[in-house]
Design a protein around this ligand. Structure first.
Ligand code: NAI
Ligand code: MG
Length: 329
């Protein structure tokens, strides 16, 4: 039995995660699903955004399936984002975000791109200080972090037969920090048998639209990856299609790329596809490859057969979409 901590979170988190859990239960897998909580609703109930008992559950699990949480609406100096905390403190250094179009009439371009994003430093150090009338942010790019990230991306590209990795950076402007990332990239790619390519981040944002078929696997720093993965998701139909995994050396946390979507929460219309594809990534991590493929094919078939949620021009509710997938397992 593998132990999966399940955190539904806020907004549409509970809707998309429970729909996904129903599909996983229909698959009758050797998984023990252990509920845990964090986020805004959890704070209202317990006074903590990330209670110690949740940390204990996570530490005792093989991985976590997480929905999304809502951030406080205004600046609160005592708030630390639970998800940023987990990524950093569980050393989940590689954020893998594959984006792929499931139907020709959904989304804008034929993209099939895996973005591997640095997840522990870069712009997201959280170290901001005031100096005069300015706010100064500490941005950190370290060599060992770049090295393990590039190794991770190269292994993934080999495993998935992608043939290449593109380093997305801005070393023409950020000469030392992004320059370090770029240098490490070409060093680590040496001898992998993969083609090593590069794109400046602004050009990458354009290339995704103008040359989608030439993009296979990008490795990039934290902020760039965050922004580019939302762009990629939009191009294949929206955030409802974008899964992700946060990987460390031994443990991982899986979550759809989207947030808690308060604008549609509570209406049962969120697209559960991102979370279902997130579960596919989770099953692969748990070495249940056949079952992962089974779920992935059911999702693909459901969409090809015309089972579609509202964000993609269809009419199915979250639960109806999940049922459409479950029927095709
Ligand atoms: P969002 O991703 O929640 O929503 C952006 C837009 O995409 C909205 O119009 C929403 O309705 C739509 N959308 C997102 N997921 C969808 C789905 N599954 N099906 C259909 N439509 C979907 O981003 P937003 O609005 O910027 O943030 C809302 C809250 O979520 C904020 O408090 C933010 O801080 C938080 N957030 C949390 C994340 C996490 O928990 N990892 C990640 C991103 C944002
Ligand atoms: Mg984001």
């Amino acid at each position: 039995m593998k132990k999966v901590a399940v955190i539904v979170g806020d907004g549409i988190g509970p809707e998309v995660v429970s729909a996904t859990v129903r599909v996983l239960e229909a698959m009758e897998l050797p998984l023990e699903l252990i509920p845990a909580e964090m986020g805004q609703d959890c704070f209202r109930r317990t006074g903590s955004y990330l209670p110690d008992v949740t940390l204990d559950t996570l530490k005792g699990s093989d991985c976590c399936l997480f929905g999304a949480i809502t951030s406080p609406p205004s600046y609160d100096p005592t708030y630390r984002s639970p998800i940023l905390f987990l990524r950093k403190n569980f050393d989940l250094y590689a954020n893998v975000r594959p984006v792929r179009r499931l139907r020709k009439d959904v989304g804008l371009v034929d993209l099939n791109l895996t973005i591997v994003r640095e997840n522990t430093e870069g712009m997201y150090t959280g170290k901001e200080r005031e100096e005069g009338d300015a706010v100064i942010l500490e941005r950190k790019v370290s060599e060992h972090v770049c090295r393990r990230l590039v190794k991770y991306a190269a292994d993934l590209a080999k495993r998935e037969g992608l043939g290449e990795v593109t380093c997305v950076h801005k070393s023409n402007a950020l000469r030392r920090s992004d320059g370090l990332f770029r240098k490490v990239f070409f060093e680590e790619m040496e001898g992998t048998g993969l083609q090593a390519k590069e794109l400046l981040v602004d050009a990458a944002a354009a290339a995704m639209i103008t040359k989608p078929r030439e993009q296979a696997c990008w490795v990039t720093l934290n902020l760039y990856g965050d922004i580019l993965s939302d762009e990629a998701a939009a191009l294949v139909g929206g955030l409802g299609f974008a899964p992700s995994g946060n990987y460390g050396d031994k443990w991982a946390l899986f979550e759809p790329t989207h947030g808690s979507a308060p604008d549609i929460a509570g209406r049962g219309i969120a697209n559960p596809t991102a979370t279902l594809l997130t579960a596919v990534m989770m099953l692969r991590f748990l070495k249940m490859d056949t079952e992962a493929r089974r779920l992935e094919q059911a999702v693909e078939r459901a969409w090809l057969d015309g089972a579609m949620t509202r964000d993609a021009g269809g009419s199915l509710s979250t639960n109806e979409m999940a049922s459409a997938v479950a029927r095709r397992l």
